[in-house]
Design a protein around this ligand. Structure first.
Ligand code: SF4
Length: 327
């Protein structure tokens, strides 16, 4: 299967301002050596806590940040975005959907204006009748019907779920092949999250899109994604088919994420013990970054970074527990 969008060994650091108390060069290691592939017609989840670097992955893939090292490939070709024209062409293929749609709309313009503008940016000037038809079709595609009930409204007149549907429609206006959805339902009421996830799932099938689904909610990743990767302190620590990663986790951190989800049926003794907090990304721990929190840590865990161990059926984990030579 050909990859639609790929990250190959991508790292991203952000330099920090020097201070009297810290005169040396310091940087935030937001993303370290990430390999991630999105395929058309598939949903790929990246799961992690706040501050784990998962949103930085979406922004790197959207070309809002340049990688410090590594490569991003679109349809197998390295992405080179050096000017506005190249960026416009790229965002025609790769669209980003943000967590808070309200912040990405101009509050003084109507929905019709926002969608007409998106169509014009990506497809050039069209006759008014064709523009209207395209706007109507986009609204129908995200199930905001009849379209005329929504075109004259302003963003503040819509519910959170309707606004997120409009932001999905605006992304579709570009006719992309890849959608990057950064926590697309986490700001919505629980009762309407499922409807938006179902919409995205339908669009992936109907338009043969590659979808990146960034989330902190491991349960929704299991329901929604075909493959899943788990991120901890800027690194991907486990990946594979979503069912395997969420049902038979191989990395202690994935197990901790699952055990942290509310489950009245699970006894406290059956849950993994959490020994602390996520580390600073300015000076991440040596060896396995999870070792200060891990109840299974061994001496080598604090000095040697575990490689990726393949566990069969597409699942893998970076954890010395899967090495044949444990110490
Ligand atoms: Fe725990 Fe060691 Fe595995 Fe890291 S490598 S998750 S510290 S057992």
């Amino acid at each position: 299967m050909t990859a639609a969008l790929e990250m190959v060994d991508v790292s991203k650091t952000f330099p920090l301002a020097r201070r009297l108390t810290h005169p040396g060069r310091r940087e935030v290691h937001a993303v370290s050596h990430v390999d991630l592939t999105l395929h058309r017609g598939k949903i790929t989840a990246v799961i992690g806590e706040s501050g784990s670097g998962k949103s930085t992955i979406a922004r790197l893939m959207a070309q809002l940040y340049k990688p410090t090292s590594g490569q991003i490939k679109l349809d197998g070709k390295p992405v080179e975005v050096r000017n506005g024209r190249q960026l416009r062409k790229y965002v025609g293929d790769v669209q980003l959907i943000l967590q808070d749609p309200f912040g990405s709309f101009n509050p003084v313009h109507t929905i019709e204006y926002a969608l007409r503008r998106a169509v014009t940016i990506h497809h050039g000037k069209l006759p008014a009748s064709e523009l209207d038809a395209r706007v109507g079709a986009l609204l129908e595609e995200v199930r905001l019907t009849p379209p005329r009930q929504f075109t004259a409204k302003y963003p503040h007149e819509l519910s959170g779920g309707q606004r997120q549907r409009i932001s999905i429609a605006r992304a579709l206006a570009a006719s992309p092949t890849v959608l990057l959805a950064d926590e697309p339902v986490s700001m919505l009421d629980v009762s309407i999250r499922l409807g938006v996830l179902n919409l995205l799932e339908r669009l992936v099938t109907e338009r043969d899109l590659a979808l990146l689904y960034i989330t902190h909610d491991i349960a929704s990743a299991r329901y929604f994604a075909s493959t899943a990767s788990v991120m901890y302190a800027g690194e991907l620590v486990e990946g594979g088919p979503a069912e395997a990663v969420t049902q038979k986790p191989a990395h202690p951190y994935t197990k901790l994420l699952i055990d942290s989800a509310p489950d009245p049926g699970k006894a406290p003794a059956d849950r993994i013990k959490d020994n602390g907090q996520p580390p600073s990304l300015i000076s991440p721990p040596t060896g396995c970054r999870f070792h200060p929190r891990c109840p299974f840590a061994m001496p080598r865990c604090s000095t040697e970074a575990p490689p990726r161990f393949d566990l069969g059926a597409g699942q893998w984990a970076r954890c010395w527990l899967h090495s044949s030579s444990k110490e």
